[in-house]
Design a protein around this ligand. Structure first.
Ligand code: HC1
Ligand code: SF4
Length: 580
């Protein structure tokens, strides 16, 4: 270990620790924009470009960036001398001098790290007024808005896109005043290989990257007396929405969320979890169908089956693995299954024409905005899911309606598309979809009752995990990846014919949907993701029914309407195909 002194305090840290990490471990605040450390999920960004973390190191003439300076034996560091504070202030003012001043109406207002720093530094006027750089705003995609004028060149987006996602759509160009992060040839995002995962949005400290705001369309639908507006909420929203109202990460707000949606005057408040149970019925059946045929010697069967409920993952598959499109499950995502069932089964039940029903979904995700716009998820141009909001957009609607979230009494979802099992709620975390599928596939295959439903070997946060599940004598090998760069590793194995797995779960975002691009900003705090994950397992444990196929409303839906899993009606309403 290494012993040094920071602000007169003796500090001992392991070799390889940066001065920034050493200081923060001591509770010493060192500001930084370009630095973000989520090493637990494979992300580390430090470019020493913002120069807000500079410190004095005894014996060195120049100030040193704490984020890239390694702690050394006997080092004497000062983090709050006048010289340090002045230098940081000048650096911040230089960033601000080329930054738009529309803070009042900026999408990031209230959660902007740059705005926070300006407050912390006590900036009241900006000394360096002058020319401003100007770039065109990119609103081409259905999911993400890029406003390069607000880019502060921290390059976190570039790093997350390249390192965690292995996509590499964003890159820094030019030098000095002209420098900015853009797409290759500054093309619009919708013609690049962007997956709309939104991880760049999740790490952007300013309003340079944000989701496409669709709150106005939702308010218009609610205000229209001719429309029946149905809302569904994704599993991972309930574990993060509370953060927008100052609650601790991982606070489950399922009941308050349902109450808030009712106050917002949605006509029906339903749960995507219901449709997650439905997805499992189809996907587990598909897994067993492929497995049985494989065991019977059918060499045309594609194994492993790969989950396909994550829309950024599907986008990535179609763009980067066009030769492997026979592997993903053909089951639509829960969100889309919900839309399809709402506009057929439910519409019939409540006597509303599909054209008069508006299905809104609330998702932890920005890619879902693009998913619901795909042509194949519409009937005669009428979408199954009309509008998708992020968790953050829902929070904004609740705030705008002056709803006191803390004082809301817990409410229930409506029936029947609001009833769900523990298996459905864990969809929101990495490993959860395949655990839910295993619970059902086990019982379908063996005909026996699964006593212990907790497949703990499938849980965790490592980027790539694997486990073997015993299906009464048959070893089912399962692979899990979150983060698209990790997914690539498992897909390359399939390509080479060396994949050892029968089934693979992929989620594009680190942590799964709990870490989605539409969630409240975690600002680089990894413990936020862990708390959200734990909360979903807690909700699963608290449920009386924890296997999707035991959901009585799902059983009834098959009896009354769908027939058998993988049958003709499910094929039409619940399955899809992939195109490159
Ligand atoms: Fe997800 Fe899914 S789990 S994709 O991560 O399969 O977004 O939460 O809604 O559709 O259920 C997201 C979450 C979500 C779908 C489900
Ligand atoms: Fe890269 Fe994802 Fe951002 Fe697209 S949405 S630029 S893939 S990080």
């Amino acid at each position: 270990s290494i012993k040094l002194t920071i602000d007169d305090q003796p500090v001992e840290v392991p070799e390889g620790t940066t001065v920034l990490e050493a200081a923060r471990e001591q509770g010493i605040t060192v500001p930084a924009l370009c630095h973000m450390d989520l090493s637990g999920i494979g992300f580390h960004s430090s470019n020493a470009s913002c120069r807000l973390c500079v410190v004095e190191v005894e014996g060195r003439r120049n100030l040193a960036p704490a984020c890239t300076t390694l702690a050394a034996p006997g080092m004497v560091v000062k983090t709050r001398t006048q010289r340090v504070l002045n230098a940081r202030r000048i650096n911040l003012e230089l960033i601000l001098s080329d930054h738009p001043k529309d803070c009042l109406s900026c999408s990031k207002a209230g959660c902007c790290e740059l705005q926070d720093l300006a407050q912390t530094f006590g900036i009241r006027e900006i000394s360096y007024e002058g020319e401003m750089s100007h770039h065109v705003k990119d609103t081409s995609s259905p999911a993400i808005v890029r406003d390069p004028d607000k880019c502060v060149m921290c390059r976190r987006c570039e790093n997350v896109c390249r390192e965690v996602q292995g996509v590499g759509v964003l890159t820094a160009v030019n030098r000095g005043f002209e420098s900015v992060v853009v797409t290759a040839f500054d093309q619009n995002l919708d013609v690049t290989k962007c997956t709309y995962c939104g991880q760049c949005v999740a790490v952007c400290p300013t309003g340079a990257l944000s989701e496409k705001d669709e709150t106005a369309s939702v308010l218009r639908a609610i205000a229209d007396p001719d429309k029946t507006v149905v809302v569904q909420v994704a599993p991972a929203v309930r574990t993060a929405l509370g953060e927008e109202f100052g609650m601790a990460p991982g606070t489950l707000v399922t009941g308050k969320m349902a109450a808030a949606l009712r106050r917002l005057e949605f006509d029906y408040v339903f749960d995507t979890d219901f449709a997650a149970d439905l997805t499992i019925m189809e996907e587990a059946s598909e897994l067993l169908d492929r497995l049985t045929r494989h065991l019977a010697g059918d060499t045309s069967v594609k194994l492993p089956i790969v989950t396909s409920c994550c829309p950024a993952w599907v986008n990535h598959l179609e763009k980067r693995f066009p030769d492997l499109l026979d592997y993903p499950s053909t089951a639509r995502s829960p969100m889309q299954m919900f839309g399809s069932i709402a506009k057929s089964y439910l519409a019939e039940k409540i006597g509303v024409k599909r054209q008069d029903m508006v299905v809104v979904s609330v998702m932890p995700c920005v890619a879902k905005k693009a998913e619901c716009a795909r042509e194949e998820f519409a009937v005669d141009g009428n979408r199954d899911v009309d509008i998708t909001l992020t968790t953050r957009e829902l929070a904004s609607l609740i705030k705008r309606a002056n709803i006191d979230f803390h004082r809301l009494e817990d409410d229930d979802f409506d029936s029947p598309l609001g009833e769900s099992t523990g298996a459905a709620v864990i969809f929101g975390t990495t490993g959860g979809v395949i655990e839910a599928a295993a619970r059902t596939a086990y019982e379908f295959h063996t005909g026996e009752t699964l006593e212990n439903v907790d497949f703990t070997a499938l849980r965790g946060v490592d980027g790539i995990r694997s486990a073997t599940v015993d299906f009464a004598g048959i070893d089912i090998k399962i692979g899990i990846a979150h983060g698209l760069a990790n997914a690539r590793v498992l897909m390359e194995e399939i390509r080479k014919g060396t994949s050892p797995y029968h089934a693979i779960e992929v989620m594009a975002c680190p942590g799964g949907c709990i870490g989605g691009g539409g969630q409240p900003f975690h600002q680089g705090d990894e413990s936020v993701l862990r708390a959200r994950q734990q909360a979903l397992y807690t909700e699963d444990e608290a449920k009386v029914i924890r296997k999707s196929h035991e959901n009585p409303h799902i059983k009834k839906l098959y009896e009354e309407y769908l027939g058998k899993p993988l049958g003709e009606k499910p094929h039409k309403l619940l399955h899809t195909h992939y195109v490159d």
